[in-house]
Design a protein around this ligand. Structure first.
Ligand code: AMP
Length: 282
């Protein structure tokens, strides 16, 4: 497994055999089973697999948890070695954002609601770094988790709008046994907070059940989620949403499909989760 810190090193290795297909898994490290599921999918579908590990400062606002974000590069590298990854890209901040860099990739409409409303500069950081990773590694396929549902929609939009020659592969959410979506940030939860954390998934599944029991009013589905979250004293609601899965705009009435999603704070740890629902899919 080759570990590279610079763009030149990556390019030299990437083009040794131009006929081979490459899959890229972009991550911020502190890897868990969710990340590994993406790596395994990429391993099964490509000749070469590249994983990037970069805690991207551009997608954190100044008050957010950039410094506190968990990191353990040695552990990550040994996990990736076991998964037979070919190339790991671990750039420094100054490699990705050299002094005087001043170019951003901005997706407009689909980046604005939901996470974009709570974190206004987040997606321009995501799309800028993903565009750079696509240009540096030039993968045929890139693997993203459904865990970050809006990220998938935003990156897919960017791929279409900027003609990136990359197939985006979306992988299902990997959960702990109590339903909590795996996340590097779960590491920051204290024991009591960890016990409270599955409330977001419970709220989403309660709304999902109500939908399949015939509830079509989005405001009622939102209220079901809010009520469940409010029952947990350690959780603070950021938002819940019942949105059109393509535009991500809030729905009044759910016709045949919707994206149920939400964000909560437990202490200062922000957790997100979602469940796409569709008639006939249960
Ligand atoms: P991150 O390191 O949090 O930026 O995540 C890197 C990639 O892994 C993103 O595409 C995430 O959506 C994906 N991912 C994170 N957690 C999970 C999970 N629990 N299940 C599936 N994919 C995940």
């Amino acid at each position: 497994m080759k570990v590279c810190k610079t763009v030149d090193e990556i390019r030299a290795y990437r083009w040794l055999d131009p006929r081979q297909s490459w899959g890229l898994v972009p991550t911020m490290g502190f890897l868990h089973e969710g990340h590994i599921s993406l790596v395994r999918r990429a391993r099964g579908e490509n000749d070469y697999v590249a994983v990037s590990i970069f805690v991207n400062p551009a997608q954190f606002a100044p008050h957010e948890d950039l410094q506190a974000y968990p990191r353990n590069l040695q552990r990550d590298l040994s996990l990736l070695e076991q998964e037979e990854v070919d190339l790991v890209f671990v750039p420094d901040d100054s490699t990705m954002y050299p002094p005087r860099s001043q170019t951003f990739v901005i997706v407009s409409e689909v980046a604005q609601p939901l996470e974009g409303a709570s974190r206004p500069t987040h997606f321009r950081g995501v799309t800028t770094v993903v565009a750079k990773l696509f240009n540096i590694i030039q993968p045929q396929r890139a693997y993203f988790g459904q865990k970050d549902a809006q990220q998938v929609v935003v990156v897919q939009r960017m791929i279409k709008d900027l003609d990136f020659n990359v197939e985006l592969v979306v992988c299902p959410i990997v959960r702990e046994s109590d339903g909590l979506a795996m996340s590097s940030r779960n590491e920051r939860l204290l024991a009591s907070q960890r016990l409270a954390a599955p409330v977001l998934f419970r709220a989403l599944t309660a709304a999902e059940s109500a939908f399949f029991a015939g509830q079509r009013q989005a405001s009622d589905l939102r209220q079901i989620m809010i009520a469940e979250i409010e029952r947990e004293p350690l959780a603070r609601l950021d938002y819940v949403s019942v949105a059109n899965p393509e535009t991500l705009l809030e729905l009044d009435v759910v016709e045949d499909k919707a994206l149920l999603s939400g964000a909560i704070f437990i202490g200062d740890v922000r957790l997100i989760d979602n469940i796409p629902i569709e008639m006939g899919l249960i």
